[in-house]
Design a protein around this ligand. Structure first.
Ligand code: NG6
Ligand code: CA
Length: 495
């Protein structure tokens, strides 16, 4: 017993003396079946596969919601987004939805003396409303715990199509100020709707407003011409920024939140990936994400940081094929299953809405393998507070310390998890409950299954991972108790 305590004390002393760097490699809309280490035979992702082979691959790892904004809100704050109004998919001119000064995943690391960077997709709002994009853009990431920031405000398909570094738009010419509106077009500026002849990629749904680089987007903008991003270069730009941050912070410790845009729409990969997947731009964008992962991992090797860096790879929500552009994703899908063996996808209450690739590599500490533990990104604030010897943030009310599971010491993880896929659903062990919901069974635009049904659904994932046998009728007691447990969790009773 005594030696046990000594070992434990020694272990925490080592952690405190030599805290690991943490690199979070975060894809956008990457599905459970979109990487070869999760069983896909139709796409090859060698860098992600190598990471998995050297690390711990979770088969039941989740993001907190089936779309971006609520998922990232929960991951950064440790609170489920459904508890807060205004945390749905945000327009590009939304105000910051995390209160400045609130403890976040980033501030947890900052509090432990880390340099903390977000590079890539933000989508949590900026400013306080009515932002002047030509002045200091704040509050933003720097007000909630990041020491460095190089981001796009929202998504690739939403204006403004520019990068923001710390508090300013990169490359903005003051003589050509930028204006953004989600209300009305700017007279004289081309739009997808009015000028389809200027488009190189046509929308399938929405996306017919501001026309930037031959692609029409959501929202309108004017000016800022010199600052506009080039879609083809976006992955390289973000990756280079990530590399620069790691080089600068190599004496550590550092936390890098690398929020890639791939394979979100519009899918416009660099020419070196075009045609390489045989699946059109969606597949090519996945190869591009894999390449970014490869570059970042090679940088850790080069800087001699591989051993004591915890790399975590995951996605912000499940996959979608047609998400609003005619980019051949449907036609060229072939036998590829973006959700793998799971049912549903982005926007869905079925498992593929939130069960995503989830890999942890930390050579100094984590034994390679596969873990069935139920873990969720909402657990990051509490878990990384534990890793850095701190208390979990008080407001991280849904964040559980699953560090032992992340490190491979515990194979169970959470006993229970709420999944926010539009309608809320509940996991208890291998049981999955989806309450009765009105609404279409499939999304009209994306064709993804929503999980809506007029009666309750109950699945035993241990035998039926694809959620095909609804057991709600045959197991009424369990259905009822899980309905009650979901209601209790929704009201916030306990973690
Ligand atoms: C939807 C967009 C979709 C995507 C999504 C957000 C349309 C028709 N669809 O409203 O293209 O942008 O929002 O995706 O406009 S997310 O990954 O950022 O949540
Ligand atoms: Ca997403």
């Amino acid at each position: 017993m005594k030696s046990c305590w000594i070992a434990l004390l020694l272990a925490s002393a080592t952690l405190a003396a030599d805290p690991p760097n943490v690199v979070l490699l975060y894809a956008d809309d990457l599905g459970y079946g979109d990487v070869s280490c999760y069983g896909s035979k139709t796409i090859a992702t060698p860098h992600i596969d190598k990471l998995a082979a050297e690390g711990l691959r979770f088969t039941d790892g989740h993001c907190a919601a089936a779309t971006c904004t609520p998922s990232r809100f929960a991951m950064l704050t440790g609170e489920y987004a459904f508890r807060q109004k205004g945390t749905g998919v945000l327009p590009g001119d939304a105000k910051l939805i995390i209160k400045p000064g609130r403890a976040t995943l980033a501030s947890v690391f900052k509090g432990a003396g880390y340099q903390t960077a977000v590079v890539g997709k933000w989508h949590l709002g900026l400013g306080e409303g009515g932002l002047d994009w030509n002045g200091a853009i704040q509050p933003g990431p720097l007000e909630i715990g990041f020491t460095h920031c190089f981001i796009m405000a929202a998504t690739g398909d939403r204006v403004p199509c520019v990068y923001v570094q710390d508090r300013n738009i990169v490359g903005l010419d003051p003589a050509d100020p930028i204006q953004v509106s989600y209300q009305q077009p700017f007279p004289g500026e081309p739009t997808g709707k009015a000028n389809p002849e200027l488009l190189r990629m046509h929308p399938s749904h929405g996306h017919d407003m501001a026309l930037i680089n031959g692609i029409s987007r959501i929202g309108y903008m004017k000016g800022g011409k010199a600052a506009l991003w080039k879609d083809e270069d976006m992955a390289d730009t973000f990756t280079a920024q990530a590399v620069k941050f790691m080089e600068k912070s190599k004496d550590g410790p550092f936390f890098l939140y690398f929020a890639a845009h791939d394979p979100h729409v519009p899918r416009v990969p660099h020419p070196r990936f075009v045609g390489k997947s045989g699946m059109g731009p969606r597949g090519d964008a996945i190869l591009q994400f894999d390449d970014s992962v490869g570059t970042i991992l090679a940088t850790l090797d080069r800087l001699g940081l591989k051993e004591n860096t915890l790399v975590l790879l995951s996605s912000d929500n499940g996959p979608v094929v047609d998400d609003g552009y005619q980019d051949e994703a449907v036609q060229k899908l072939g036998s590829h299953h973006p959700a793998g063996p799971l049912r549903g996808g982005k926007y869905s209450a079925f498992e593929a809405g939130t069960r995503v690739p989830f890999i942890v590599r930390w050579p100094a500490k984590v034994k390679p393998g596969v873990s069935p533990a139920l873990v969720c990104q909402v657990d990051f604030p509490a878990s990384f507070a534990a890793l850095t010897g701190q208390q979990a943030p008080v407001a991280a009310v849904d964040s559980q310390n699953v560090l032992p599971a992340l490190l491979g010491e515990d194979k169970t993880g959470r006993a229970e998890l709420v999944e926010q896929g539009g309608p809320l659903s509940l996991r208890q062990g291998n049981w999955k409950f989806i309450p009765a919901n009105q609404g279409p069974a499939r999304s009209k635009s994306t064709d993804n299954e929503t999980g809506n049904a007029l009666g309750p659904q109950l699945y035993d994932l241990s035998k039926d991972l694809g959620e095909s046998q609804n057991l709600a009728q045959t197991q009424p007691d369990l259905t009822q108790s899980m309905a009650a447990a979901l209601e209790k969790a929704r009201l916030g009773a306990g973690k």
